[in-house]
Ligand binder design. Structure first.
Ligand code: PBG
Length: 341
């Protein structure tokens, strides 16, 4: 009986055609979002350690890169802007807004442009918000009003979607209300999507990103008790119930799409939440998990392309509709390769 069951199962694995026919989970380029970094004041684009094929772009190379991405079937992007001037409060969203404007002027409806909304690339200390004088606390209301200002500026510049990644309380509702109010003057803002990083954990897998976004927390002069990490606002890895609570809250406050981040170490959370909350789910394959595959491949320890596809397949299997991955621009090639194997 046992061996008969085993043989029956192996028949469906016997050749590429039957494997293709019986596969339940597929990945397509349409589901993927490519992150882009644009940095103010650098003379040429720079590569990012660990993230092969991803760059800190200048405003000029950003547009060239999008052009190339369109040629390989990538149409959806998540933009991170890194302004030159860092401060403590009263941040100026105009550098990022002008990049959005330029991209939309050139590519219009050919691209879907989501824009990350956070302060960590603008603050002198790298924290995601406005700090108290002693530096020991990120102040929630002061931070939310800066995030609202940035989100409205990005939406007005033409972003299709704003994606707050800061983890302050109440920011989704505040941004939604502001977009609604502004839509009286600018009707297109009624259509601006909010993609909430609703289940964002306090992870060590963000390392390569913080180099790219110039956003690692650092101690600056004049603060007596500077925060060293993001533990007071990002979700504790051992506290998945908070991921549920903040996702329900963000849904109620007006988010259109929810997200789990990182991906692979939090697949259980993605599988659970995507069953419990019927909004569309995105997952962010973050820099550290992406770089882990890259570095193993460099050492000859893993088949790079197949490993990337396996990770993406796991995300779809766990319930994501959308994957944010640094490898989106290689996905068409990677998926085709797999079809022939
Ligand atoms: C932050 C933000 C982070 C990422 C996207 N937006 C990380 C952080 O908390 O430092 C991480 C993305 C990645 O690691 O690829 N505001």
């Amino acid at each position: 009986m046992d061996s008969k069951l085993g043989l029956t199962l192996r028949r469906n694995r016997g050749n590429p055609w039957v494997r293709e026919l019986t596969r339940e989970v597929r990945v397509s380029v349409e589901q993927l979002i490519q992150p882009l970094f644009v940095v103010e004041g650098i003379p040429a684009r720079e590569s990012i350690p660990g993230l092969t094929g991803v760059f800190r772009e200048t405003p000029e190379t950003l547009l060239q890169q999008i052009e190339k991405d369109l040629e390989v079937g990538v149409t959806k992007f998540l933009l991170f802007g890194v302004p030159k001037n860092k401060g403590l409060s009263n941040f100026d969203p105009s550098f990022v807004a002008s990049q959005i404007q330029a991209a939309k002027k050139r590519f219009g409806k050919k691209i879907f442009l989501a824009v990350d909304v956070c302060l960590c690339s603008s603050t002198a200390h790298g924290q995601c918000g406005v700090l108290s004088d002693s530096g020991d606390h990120v102040m929630n209301p002061e931070t939310v009003s800066e995030l609202v200002k940035a989100a409205v500026a990005y939406a007005r510049a033409g972003a299709d979607c704003v994606a707050p990644s800061d983890m302050m309380d109440g920011r989704i509702g505040a941004i939604r209300r502001a977009l609604d109010e502004e839509s009286a003057k600018h009707p297109s803002l009624k259509q601006t999507l909010i993609l909430s990083y609703s289940a964002k954990f306090h992870s060590k897998f963000y390392g390569p990103f913080r180099v790219a976004a110039d956003s690692a927390p650092k101690t600056i002069a004049g603060m007596s008790e500077p925060l060293k990490d993001r533990a007071t606002y990002q979700i504790d890895p051992g506290r998945p119930s908070d991921a549920y609570l903040s996702s329900v809250r963000d849904q109620e406050e007006g988010a259109d799409i929810l997200m789990v981040k990182p991906g692979m170490p939090y697949l259980d959370v993605l599988a659970d939440l995507s069953k419990r909350i019927p909004l569309p789910w995105a997952v962010y394959e973050v820099s550290g998990e992406y770089a882990a595959i890259e570095l193993m491949a460099e050492k000859g320890l893993i088949q790079r392309n197949a490993a990337h596809l396996e990770a993406w397949t796991a995300f779809i299997r766990a319930g994501a509709e959308i994957i944010i991955t640094y490898g989106a621009r290689e996905a068409r090639k990677i998926i085709q390769e797999n079809q022939q194997s």
